[in-house]
Design a protein around this ligand. Structure first.
Ligand SMILES: Cc1ncc(COP(=O)(O)O)c(C=O)c1O
Length: 434
């Protein structure tokens, strides 16, 4: 980190001092070069979209690839990490990350596919109870998934899918308002644990309990929660959940996803599931029986044999989370996000910028979203941040800029760079509240 100018402002000096005192684990990651600005590396704030590559990933992946070269098909049993049970290497660390039993957890497929496979089991509409509750700001894939599930069961999705909106003038949902919408017509509640747009961390235990009270099944999309905030899916009695591994879990674009099914549903023969040869118990899989014998674990939701070279980066990343610990990361995350929030508070007055993420640290993870009013569209702002300042943020059309200070690798200096750049890219404008 060597700025061109030799003199540093007091603000920059403060950021560097905070980094010295609270360094995180940036050294374990490859930080891309900057496309502009005075610093060699980007200030990366898009880890809630695609996390950075751990330095250990290529060598670990290469070792798995070499086993293929050296052993061919025998690698299934004879590789140092044999491929047949390879997915089990991911189960323990993934379970620890989401507060689940290993038997409740499996890494497989991608997120939306897992949501569909889980809804096959857990969206069982009846004549009077058929609605699915989601957030109006659900990620579109979830929206399409639940609409297609409703249609699959013969319902009109416009009728079956209930979309929760915040109160007028508010950006986030209130827990009490969510709970108030859960009635005897709701078959399934499927919400984002952390909302992708606003960064709001939902009250997962309270909403899960209220959903159960109303007689509904409660599932969670944890794409923005896994690896971001501590989770206790087993103790919270969540019915099912799924998450991807390419955001906070740093496992690469399109990386494999996780799935959770609560213990009380395991082995329930009444639950429909879509099956394939990986749905049957491993011990008798090669007896080539005509009927499956599903294990009493989340493995029963697997369908196909897993892609080993896609599992390798997930394994490497989960080992890292095991080493550092989500509790420690959450503490650094709170400090880093509070610092970013303080700096933003210094520039938003008089500018058409407004933080829409909850101010309460308990109701958010490692993300602050800003709504940008006026002519400077969020996309244009992000472009200038990247090419003129080397700050990588991401946008959600039309007007939201998302900044994710990721506790594993983001620095206080990154935060300082982002806010300093934002202040230059979005000028003060008349008529905006100071
Ligand atoms: C909240 C949320 N749900 C679902 C998805 C879709 O994930 P996938 O492409 O792995 O199905 C994403 C992707 O970013 C997401 O953020």
């Amino acid at each position: 980190m060597t700025p061109d100018e030799p003199t540093r402002t007091a603000g920059e000096q403060e950021a560097l001092a905070l980094d010295a005192a609270d360094p995180g684990h940036r050294d374990l990651f490859d930080v891309p070069p900057a496309a502009g600005g005075p610093y060699p590396q980007v200030a990366y704030f898009a880890g809630n979209s695609l996390g950075l590559r751990p330095k250990a990933t290529p060598a670990e992946l290469l070792a798995d690839l070499d086993a293929w070269a050296e052993l061919g098909v025998e690698g299934h049993l004879e590789a140092d990490r044999p491929w047949l049970p390879y997915h089990e290497l991911l189960t323990g660390p993934a379970a620890r990350l989401v507060g689940a039993l290993p038997s409740e957890t499996v890494v497989m497929n991608s997120l939306t596919v897992n949501l569909h496979l889980l809804m096959v089991s857990f969206y069982r509409p009846a004549a009077e109870r058929y609605r699915i509750v989601i957030e109006d700001s659900a990620f579109p894939s979830d929206s399409y998934a639940v609409r297609s599930q409703a249609r699959f069961h013969g319902h009109d999705p416009d009728d079956a899918v209930v979309r929760l909106t915040p109160r007028d003038g508010e950006d986030c949902l209130r827990t009490a308002d969510v709970i108030a919408r859960l009635d005897e017509e709701v078959a399934l509640v499927l919400l984002g644990g952390v909302n992708y747009l606003t960064g709001e961390l939902m009250d997962i235990p309270a909403i899960t309990a209220a959903g159960h009270e109303a007689g509904a099944v409660v599932g969670w999309d944890l794409a923005h929660a896994a690896g971001n905030v501590p989770l206790c899916l087993h103790d919270w009695e969540v019915d099912f959940a799924a998450w991807c591994s390419y955001k906070y879990l740093n496992s690469g674009p399109g990386a494999l996803a996780g799935a959770f099914v609560h213990q009380r549903h395991l082995g329930d023969a009444r639950l429909p599931r879509f099956e394939g040869w990986w749905s049957t118990e491993a011990a008798t899989r090669f007896e080539m029986a005509a009927e499956s014998r599903p294990p009493e674990s989340a493995d029963a939701w697997q369908v196909s044999n897993p892609p080993i070279f896609s599992m390798s980066p997930v394994r490497t990343s989960l080992e890292l989370f095991d080493q550092v610990g989500i509790g420690v990361l959450r503490e650094r995350s709170a400090r880093l996000t509070a610092y970013l929030e303080r700096l933003l508070g210094g520039i938003t007055p008089g500018r058409p910028l407004r933080v829409i993420t909850p101010a309460d640290p308990e109701r958010r993870g490692a993300q602050l979203s800003l709504r940008i009013a006026g002519p400077a569209g969020a996309g244009e702002v992000a472009k200038r941040l990247r090419y003129e300042y080397g700050v990588v943020a991401d946008t959600r059309e039309p007007d939201v800029l998302r900044l994710a200070p990721v506790p594993l690798y983001s620095s206080y200096h990154d935060c300082w760079r982002a806010v300093t750049a934002l202040a230059e890219v979005v000028p003060k404008s008349a008529g905006v509240n100071a």
